[in-house]
Ligand binder design. Structure first.
Ligand SMILES: O=C(O)CCC(=O)C(=O)O
Length: 291
């Protein structure tokens, strides 16, 4: 058994079948991850890759968007500009049908990052993204929520889009299949326990393969032994109320200029609700009636 792969065809571009949606939901429930073939056209992926590598090569990504840089692997927020403003990317209808089936009707973009594993990057620690724990602090002691949150439906899903072919050598993302079901226990398992109880799968494949993973699934980047950097996109979608605590000090999490936001069709605008350009600014301008 391994993580399910759904291959999309031209037929799916019109409407996903109920059976495909069921496969996606079942795969996310069972493994906390599902892989896709042909979600995006290769020509678009090549444009996204050029844009990311241009910003990487010029140093601009690190200078302006750096979120973390550990062991030769860095993550940076990307602006919705150039090819990232193409609706075939951010408003891909197949993608949104699947997201609706997982996150309900009111989700939004949580962030758009690229993670670049440089040649020589080491193994990243196993982790989950953005846990919800509902802890309490009572008389100086942290108390975990005693109930079992394992059955919660997903509150955030990442679409990982590798911008190159990924093999065992150049730093695939490893996913511990099914571990999302253990992540929100009152006592979450440690690294050794996860490795013992859940099978690991390295997400390899040619350019064009992408995958969803539940925010709660244990995962981590593997070493890059190749000579080229390995860029992936981490396109995060969250229920509208969720904010990733790991990005607490990152502002903005969603970067889009006001003039570009105006070009986004109305039906997609809510996706960008976390961008500062979408927010109503209060107490900023002098009110006409104030003295
Ligand atoms: O580099 C990867 O494959 C995974 C990156 C990741 O999970 C992270 O940076 O949090």
């Amino acid at each position: 058994m391994s993580i399910a792969t759904v291959e999309f065809s031209k037929k799916d571009a019109r409407r996903l079948s109920a059976q495909t949606l069921r496969r996606v939901r079942a795969g996310m429930e069972r493994d906390g991850a599902v892989a896709f073939g042909n979600l995006f056209p290769i020509a678009l992926l090549k444009k996204l890759r050029s844009e990311v590598l241009r910003r990487h090569d010029s140093g601009e990504l690190r200078e302006k968007g750096l979120v973390r840089d550990i062991g030769g692997r860095y993550a940076a927020v990307l602006p919705f500009e150039g090819p990232f403003l193409n609706p075939k990317f951010y408003a891909n209808p197949i993608l949104h049908e699947m997201l609706g089936a997982l996150l309900g009707s009111s989700y939004c973009i949580g962030s758009l990052e690229t993670v670049i594993a440089m040649p020589g990057a080491g193994r990243q620690h196993q982790h989950i993204d953005g846990p919800i724990r509902f802890e309490r602090f009572v008389r100086g002691k942290k108390r975990a929520f005693p109930g079992d949150l394992s059955d919660l439906p997903p509150y955030a899903v990442t679409l990982c889009v590798p911008l190159c072919g990924v093999d065992e050598d150049n730093g695939p993302t490893a996913i511990w299949r099914g571990s999302h079901r253990a992540a929100l226990r009152a006592r979450p398992p440690g690294e050794a326990r996860v490795a013992r109880d859940y099978p690991v799968e390295r997400m390899i494949g040619p350019l064009g393969r992408s995958f969803f993973f539940d925010y709660r699934v244990f995962h981590g980047g593997m070493p890059n032994h190749a000579r080229e950097p390995r860029p992936v996109l981490m396109f995060v979608f969250t229920r509208s109320w969720f904010r990733d605590p790991n990005l607490a000090d990152v502002y903005p999490r969603v970067v889009i200029a006001r003039r570009n936001l105006k070009r986004i069709p109305d039906r997609h605008r809510a996706l960008f609700m976390l961008a500062p350009a979408s927010r109503r600014a209060l107490w900023r301008k002098k009110h006409p009636l104030s003295v």
